[in-house]
Design a binder for this molecule. Structure first.
Ligand SMILES: Nc1ncnc2c1ncn2[C@@H]1O[C@H](COP(=O)(O)OP(=O)(O)OP(=O)(O)O)[C@@H](O)[C@H]1O
Ligand SMILES: [Mg+2]
Length: 210
């Protein structure tokens, strides 16, 4: 049995990750490929419980270290109980965010630094990397308009951080992609959802033996 492919969608708030993840799963189904659509933080009952703690923190909120450990704990459960079993069955896994979000938000733009986040991932999840990470790059003003339409003034504890933080997140994502050009496809997230989807499908056709 051929192991499935693991594809992660990454990028800042409102880039279109969830929209594109759904479109990708449907397009794969049309080609006879069963793909498990999942998300981070979350994807298993335990990890979804941690998601609620992260995005709507009790009390005064998490410190940087506690936050990074909670993300790593959620991911460890997600990888062990959902992602690896699906890949072993031969299914594909499409994850709406994965470890590079932790690297960008807690590592690059946060206080921990990339090395610490990568080390936590090695402990928690055996350092599992997607076969391909799709980085959706959207212009700030396009994203602001999309999010205003979707959320109004309601953002979560991480999405609601200031613009300087979100710019540092975008910069960190770009840096990780440039350091690993084979592992990433950087996709222009501008245009209609169908246009972005077509770019993603052409990036995936470049995966070996897909
Ligand atoms: N190409 C597009 N053009 C216009 N609007 C879009 C496009 N893609 C997605 N949208 C809309 O923009 C909003 C944000 O998209 P989506 O929820 O897919 O982004 P996301 O990256 O998953 O965001 P988050 O990080 O907050 O989960 C949604 O309302 C969605 O319908
Ligand atoms: Mg989303």
């Amino acid at each position: 049995m051929t192991r499935g492919k693991f594809i992660a969608l990454e990028g800042g708030e409102g880039a279109g990750k969830s929209t594109q993840a759904r479109m990708l799963v449907s397009a794969l189904a049309e080609r006879g490929i069963h793909a498990d659509l999942t998300r981070e933080p979350g994807g298993t009952p335990g990890a979804e419980a941690i998601r609620n703690l992260l995005l709507d923190p009790p009390g005064e909120g998490w410190g940087a270290e506690a936050e990074a450990l909670l993300f790593a704990a959620a991911r460890a459960d997600h990888v062990a109980r959902r992602i690896v079993p699906a890949l072993d069955r031969g299914d594909w896994v499409i994850s709406d965010r994965f470890v590079d979000s932790s690297r960008a938000y807690q590592g690059g733009a946060g206080q921990l630094g990339d090395k610490a986040v990568v080390a936590l991932h090695a402990i928690g999840s055996g350092g599992l990397r997607p076969d391909l990470t799709i980085l959706l790059e959207a212009k700030e003003d396009h994203v602001a308009a999309r999010l205003a339409q979707r959320d109004g003034d309601n953002s979560d504890a991480i999405g609601g951080r200031d613009i300087t933080y979100h710019r540092a997140v975008a910069e960190a994502f770009r840096r990780y992609a440039s350091e690993d050009p084979k592992g990433f496809a950087v996709i222009d997230a501008g245009g209609t959802p169908e246009e972005v989807h077509a770019r993603i499908m052409s990036a995936i056709s470049l995966l070996p033996e897909s």
